[in-house]
Design a protein around this ligand. Structure first.
Ligand code: IMP
Ligand code: MG
Length: 176
């Protein structure tokens, strides 16, 4: 299987993550702490890089959601592992890899709002705006991309390529 062809290389990724971290730090400026909610699995690499560059003391929580089956077929959203602590009165930053239809973040919004947080902002590395079907707002976006299937830098195609240091396009995502 050929690796995905480069769409956003590691240098551009790191430049943009630096900018996003500065944006986020500014948005939460003056707070004693914030809580990062990392959406696994896809958000792990982005969140690790972003977290290191945010200059406000942070708690880090993980939630595991799955919305896709083996490849690119959309299925129901499944909660595989919930947040194990109270988020009441916390200032939250939700970090996910990619905003596609928006249903995953809409689902997550309902989960976190039930905790009564002090406030919630959302940060996604990639936005496929043309695919949106759920009504969802995101405050911080890394890159706008077309309706293509991407993998690398945390994101997978049929479970592969998450460890690539760049984001690439899978040319024939449903094919062999
Ligand atoms: P949504 O619920 O349709 O917004 O789906 C969002 C989730 O689907 C993302 O957090 C990703 O995990 C996954 N996803 C959507 N598009 C892609 C892609 O092009 N490559 C890899 N994962 C994707
Ligand atoms: Mg995801």
């Amino acid at each position: 299987m050929l690796p995905p062809r480069v769409l956003i290389d590691a240098t551009r990724l790191h430049q943009r993550v630096d900018e996003l971290a500065a944006e986020v730090s500014l948005a939460f400026r003056g707070l004693d702490e914030l809580t990062l909610i990392v959406v696994l699995k896809g958000g792990f690499m982005f969140a690790a890089d972003l977290a290191r560059r945010i200059d406000i003391p942070a708690r880090i929580e993980f939630i595991t959601l799955a919305s896709y089956g083996d490849a690119t077929e959309r299925g129901d959203i499944r909660l595989l592992a919930d947040i194990g602590t109270s988020l009441e009165e916390k200032h939250l930053l939700i970090i996910d890899d990619i905003l596609d239809t928006g249903h995953t973040l809409a689902y997550l919004n309902r989960i976190v709002e039930a905790h009564d947080p002090a406030g919630v902002r959302r940060c996604v590395l990639l936005n496929k705006a043309s695919r949106r079907t759920a009504d969802i707002a995101v405050e911080h976006v890394g890159f706008e991309i077309d309706d293509v299937w991407v993998a690398g830098y945390g994101m997978d195609h049929a479970g592969l390529w998450r460890s690539l240091p760049y984001i690439g396009v899978v040319d024939d995502p449903s094919g062999g």
